[in-house]
Design a protein around this ligand. Structure first.
Ligand code: NDP
Length: 374
């Protein structure tokens, strides 16, 4: 609880109110969704949230109240008091409420089209696979899982069951982020030369799951560092070739017995592009800076719930401020309603790539060696 407050107040301090494609780009197009949305009048997709913690309660459920094409149809929780509260607040019928023991019965529930896993990282693997076996399409929060093997098994389970799998990469739908991706792809300032991508905050409650390696998979790298890896990938549209990394000093041994306190890394990308990454649970920082042959872009805040702010060497970026989760869920639902697929750029395969890079960053920091990614 204390952790959630700290995390939320950090995000609030940052201002949170609780294109064309090039063949060389390896990430499926992030800019294909039209900005002008036709009014949706069809059947809404039913979404069930699994794990009613901070993100589900304060962001996803709030977002689902604003989406015209999908809605909160069900919940899965281990806390009976939350079940009562959410049923009343969101008018959820009892037949659409599950706990972790009854979860598999969701297979028989026609109201639920998509199961959205918002559990601690170590539980993503089990619940994505159980959702797939229940025949439901699955959204899973970042980081996709705690290991490459788990990600591979999740992808296989969804393929075998013939269901869609998406990772909750909300920045892919956010207007400032989409604009800088467009500018990079269209080479408005020429080729990118260097990227600095940082995300850290001051963590609270020393007993929380985010500080336990078995549940979190690691420290800030797994939690918010994944945004920095994503940022480098969507700016360049390419995949890193190699990485070096260094753990920062432990200044707070009470909290950082099990996971890193901070971590810096350096990615070599194709065309001699260097990416400096930094993530921390003891430093408030959040920016995505890229310099190009003839200019720069700078987003800060770049990854939290916003409002995202940005400028380029041409001046301030003035773009719509959106509710990230409503915006993301509406876009995913629209793509699914039109194509029966989730957007390719948030697929399980993309989550798996990020997991490989996170794993390589840890290996580089542990060994002191440059780790090849090709
Ligand atoms: P919380 O700790 O706030 O919530 C996790 C919830 O999972 C709990 O409230 C609980 O819900 C359920 N749960 C089941 N078993 C356990 C267990 N053993 N220990 C703790 N919780 C358990 O976490 P968050 O909501 O902050 O994060 C959940 C996921 O969402 C993480 O993967 C995180 O990385 C991701 N996230 C993504 C964000 C984004 O911007 N995309 C932002 C924040 C988080 P119940 O009582 O209902 O069973």
């Amino acid at each position: 609880m204390a952790e959630n407050q700290t995390r939320r107040s950090f995000l609030q301090n940052l201002g949170v109110g609780l294109g064309t494609t090039a063949a060389a780009f390896t990430i499926p197009s992030l800019v294909s969704i039209p900005e002008s949305k036709p009014k949706y009048e069809g059947k809404k997709l039913g979404i069930a949230l699994v794990g009613l913690g901070s993100y589900a309660k304060n962001q996803l459920a709030v977002g689902l109240e604003q989406t015209p094409n999908c809605y909160l149809a069900g919940i899965v929780t281990g806390t009976p008091a939350k079940a009562e509260e959410w049923m009343k607040k969101y008018n959820i019928p009892k037949k659409n409420v599950y706990n972790y023991q009854t979860f598999d019965q969701i297979a028989d529930n026609k109201d639920i089209d998509i199961v959205y896993v918002v559990l601690p990282n170590s539980m993503h693997h089990e619940y994505v696979i159980r959702a797939a076996k229940a025949g439901k399409h699955v959204m899973c929060e970042k980081p996709m899982a705690n290991s490459v093997k788990d990600c591979q098994e999740m992808i296989k389970a969804c393929k075998d069951a013939g269901v869609q799998l998406g990772i909750g990469y909300r920045m892919h739908f956010e207007p400032f982020t989409k604009e800088i991706i467009r500018m990079s792809r269209e080479k408005v300032f020429g080729n990118v030369k260097f990227i600095n991508s940082n995300f850290g905050f001051t963590i609270g409650d020393p007993t929380q799951w985010r500080l336990k390696k078995a549940m979190a998979g690691g420290g800030p790298l797994m939690d918010v560092g994944v945004y920095c890896v994503q940022g480098a990938r969507y700016i360049t549209g390419k995949e890193p070739l190699a990485v070096t990394a260094q753990f920062g000093p432990i200044t707070d041994p009470t909290r950082f017995k099990d996971v890193e306190e901070s971590l810096s890394w350096q990615f070599d990308f194709p065309d001699a592009v260097t990416v400096n990454g930094f993530t921390s649970y003891k430093t408030n920082i959040e920016q995505l800076f890229a310099t190009y042959e003839q200019g720069f872009i700078h987003l800060s805040p770049a990854y939290s719930y916003g409002p995202i702010k940005g400028r380029t060497s041409q001046g301030e970026l003035n773009l719509p401020i959106v509710h990230h989760q409503a915006n993301m869920l509406e876009a995913i639902a629209r793509e699914f309603q039109e194509t029966k697929m989730f957007p390719a750029h948030i697929s399980g395969e993309e989550g798996l790539k990020d997991m490989k890079y996170l794993t390589a960053i840890y290996e580089a920091a542990q060994t002191g060696k440059k780790i090849s990614l090709v």
